[in-house]
Design a protein around this ligand. Structure first.
Ligand code: FE2
Ligand code: FE2
Length: 396
């Protein structure tokens, strides 16, 4: 049973939401609060899986409420319902709410958004991991790429293409920018699946204010690690993205978007970044043990944390509202047979590309992820495999 708290100072809105949501989701327990203080009281005495709050309320607005929810109920999904149009308010929302739904909001939109968050939520069995991920405001970026972006944005002739090019090479910046571009706040009618589109839609001026004034991106702290290397993760992720784009291009398949495959490839191991930055040094120990035993990393992670980097990454990206096809590819890239999708799709591309872009580390043998033979056989691509493998070995 999922428990949802709805907060609005307009009684009619709450009554309307109750009437619409109750028949659609009999499996949910709905609770209601008429202002921020009432909501905080409810949160202190009971556990909630999601909080949906209005923005403009008397005494305490939705932003202030959700800021406090972050601390009181860190594992809960936070959603703002509002018809706000001011740019600055919208930008403030990004730090505290996982999703933004415009008002008046249809009940099915709420149901769809929450069901999606809960489906990913349920894959993460470990409550500590869920709490950790719901609290992540941004992912760290590679310092050299971040510096490149700053100098490009500060230059008098900063170009959209160059800004997009730098962002599209970085896991943390790409994930965050796609969260913004896919937020309903920006009012885009279609889903944005790659950094170039995201920069074009938002505009260089917005990206400039997001990066320079709002500081939406962060850097990872330099730490001496032996079993996990951030630059290696970047290199492997970028190469997986490039191989994925090439595979998709070679298929000429309607509906299979090479740019989306580039993004999914770049982000497929984003869960490793989450685990490595928020659970070190435990993650370091798990990586050492995996290397010594020769066990696949995702298996060692599951044994240690209850979930692997695939589920962790998918949960974060799903929570941030990235397109389903990307979230799905991230979730199942090591075990594609568990996906319900049929046919050659973005997930298939990422499963193949990940195996063809082995992680290079000085002093250690190159290790690629194994392909699932039964799944690959079903795709009927055996004639193309050697060609793709050759192409992958020439890419850097
Ligand atoms: Fe992986
Ligand atoms: Fe990988």
């Amino acid at each position: 049973m999922k428990r949802i708290l709805l907060v609005d100072d307009d009684v009619e809105v709450l009554v309307d939401l109750r009437n619409q949501l109750t028949p659609l989701c009999p499996q949910w327990e709905l609770s209601f609060a008429h202002n921020g203080l009432e909501a905080l009281e409810a949160l202190k005495s009971s556990r909630f899986d999601a909080i949906l709050s209005d923005l403009a309320m008397r005494h305490m607005d939705g932003i202030e409420l959700l800021k406090q929810v972050k601390t009181i109920a860190p594992g809960a999904v936070r959603i703002i319902l509002s018809n706000v149009t001011e740019w600055n308010t919208g930008l403030q929302l990004i730090g505290v709410a996982h999703r933004y739904l415009p008002k008046p909001c249809q009940a099915w939109e709420i149901v769809e958004t929450l069901n999606r968050a809960f489906a990913l939520h349920d894959q993460l069995m470990e409550p500590r991991l869920r709490r950790l991920i719901t609290q992540i405001p941004s992912l760290p970026s590679l310092p050299s790429l971040y510096m490149d972006l700053l100098s490009e944005l500060r230059s008098e002739r900063s170009s959209t293409t160059r800004v997009a090019e730098i962002i599209s090479r970085d896991l943390g910046m790409s994930a965050k920018l796609l969260q913004l571009a896919n937020s309903a706040f920006f009012g885009l009618s279609q889903q944005v699946t790659n950094s170039e589109e995201a920069v074009m839609f938002l505009g260089v001026a917005t990206v400039q204010s997001l990066v320079l004034s709002m500081q939406i991106f962060s850097l990872f702290e330099k730490a001496k690690t032996t079993a996990f290397s951030f630059p290696d993760l970047w290199q492997h992720s970028w190469k997986t993205g490039l191989v994925a784009r090439k595979i998709a291009e070679s298929r000429h398949q309607p509906g299979l978007d090479p740019q989306e495959c580039l993004t999914a490839g770049l982000l497929h191991d984003v869960g490793k970044l989450v685990l490595a930055t928020s659970m070190r040094p435990r993650y370091e120990q798990v990586m050492v043990a995996a290397q010594q035993s020769g066990k696949p990393v995702w298996k060692a992670e599951t044994e240690a944390f209850g979930s692997s980097h695939s589920e962790v990454g998918a949960y974060l990206l799903g929570l941030w509202g990235l397109p389903d096809s990307i979230v799905e590819a991230v979730a199942f890239h090591h075990q594609p047979r568990y996906s319900v999708a049929i046919g050659f799709d973005t997930l298939s591309v990422i499963h193949l590309a990940n195996a063809m872009a082995p992680v290079k580390s000085p002093g250690r043998p190159e290790r690629g992820s194994p392909l699932e033979p039964a799944y690959v056989a079903e795709l009927q691509v055996s004639e193309d495999l050697a060609g793709w493998q050759n192409m992958a070995s020439t890419l850097e």
